[in-house]
Design a protein around this ligand. Structure first.
Ligand code: NDP
Length: 364
């Protein structure tokens, strides 16, 4: 079995050989009625069987926390099968190959893909959703590989350029603008030449958007006069809406859409914890009157163009044309509680859990 500086330690390899290497895993215990809580998952610790020919062992390093985690644990019609009770929680992120009996999955290489909420995955490359080798020497941080240059950035990229078809001189409004997707979408809108207005949940986030990220204006939707602020920030109406929130915010944005505006319907986070989905009701009269194009999209629609999108995002991040930030939570055990940061707005930029090295990993 191959080993390198990035592989398992000798004692861990021995545990793997004897079938006693432990894998902490979050299994879905019960479906939440509202927020994910202490009853939603159960953490178990299970041994990993010794690798067979063709298999590799991937240790999770960064786990991406996403609003869609909440959708995946709900028994509702969605774009993937819901996670079933007793199954390991689905999750995306970055891992490293730490032991291998497969030459195409060599020890030491970073991979991206469906790491799930667990310490380790066993893979052989024939999975329907395989791990992808991250090219060596990519000029961005691992946090950006898991965020702005990964699924998050790709969602913004294809949403802005392919779905919304943002054009120079137009006004673009982005909701959840200080979050992972929104902060990149707004900066891509600037690259496209739009006037970009963000909507976010605090004065500090709004200041970050305008001062650091170059948004033309930002509106704090928690301010009592936010609707008037949005009117003032969009004097020529709205041509492009990159919608992440739904509910009342989307409703008001719709009332300011221009003739032939485009809405890239990316997410509706305000309704994910609401079983009745009541808050998403939006008047479609303006869609009719203004001949608006509203298009929902799921990032997997663009799977065959990920290499193109990632290359562009990596280039812009490396050149400093796109600025990024992440909120990092330490330790897999904190994932269930941390996911709620997405719903109370305590994250800025990409929310990640650092699974390995964990804070208690001894430094060599
Ligand atoms: P974010 O990093 O944007 O985190 C979510 C943010 O949403 C929070 O920080 C919070 O910011 C805001 N928010 C939460 N609840 C509400 C609410 N009730 N009203 C207004 N704002 C709220 O997450 P992501 O960037 O990962 O995701 C953003 C959206 O994009 C989600 O809707 C998600 O489902 C969607 N998405 C869609 C994809 C696709 O393929 N279509 C792929 C990836 C994401 P604040 O402080 O401003 O309230």
């Amino acid at each position: 079995m191959s080993q390198s500086v990035n592989g398992l330690k000798q004692s861990e390899l021995e545990s793997l050989r004897t079938g006693s290497l432990k894998n902490r895993r979050f299994l879905l215990k019960s479906r939440p009625e509202a927020r994910i809580d202490a009853n939603t998952f159960e953490m178990v610790s299970e041994p990993i069987a010794e690798l067979t020919e063709g298999q590799a062992l991937i240790r999770t390093e960064l786990l991406s926390l996403d609003p869609t985690n909440r959708i995946w644990v709900a028994d509702v019609d969605q774009y993937m099968p819901p996670v079933q009770i007793g199954e390991v929680m689905r999750g995306l992120g970055l891992g490293r190959i730490v032991a291998s009996k497969n030459p195409s999955l060599p020890v030491g290489r970073l991979v991206s893909g469906p790491v799930s909420w667990q310490d380790y995955n066993v893979a052989d490359g024939t999975e329907s959703w395989p791990f992808a080798l991250v090219p060596d020497n990519v000029p961005v941080s691992v946090e950006d590989l898991a965020g702005a240059a990964g699924m998050t950035g790709l969602t913004a990229y294809f949403g802005v350029f392919e779905v919304a078809k943002a054009e120079a001189g137009q006004t673009m409004v982005v909701s959840a603008a200080a979050g992972a997707v929104g902060s990149i979408a707004g900066q891509l809108g600037k690259i496209a030449g739009c006037r970009v207005v963000g909507i976010a949940g605090s004065e500090a986030k709004c200041k970050w958007l305008t001062t650091d990220l170059g948004f033309d204006a930002a509106v704090n939707y928690k301010a009592p006069d936010w609707k008037q602020q949005l009117i003032d920030a969009t004097p020529d109406g709205i041509d492009v809406n990159f919608e992440n929130v739904g509910g009342e915010i989307m409703q008001f944005v719709f009332s300011r859409l221009n003739l032939r505006a485009r809405v890239a319907l990316c997410g509706m986070i305000s309704s994910y914890n609401d079983p009745d989905d009541l808050k998403t009701k939006v008047s479609l009269t303006s869609v009719l009157m203004k001949r608006v194009r509203v298009e929902g999209f799921i990032i997997t629609d663009f799977m065959n163009r990920f290499p193109e999108g990632s290359a562009k995002l990596i280039e812009w991040i490396a050149q400093g044309k796109i600025k990024t930030t992440s909120t990092i939570v330490e330790g897999l055990e904190n994932a269930p509680e941390a996911v709620n940061q997405l719903f109370d707005g305590s994250n800025t930029g990409k929310l990640l859990v650092r699974v390995y090295p964990s804070p208690d990993t001894p430094t060599p």
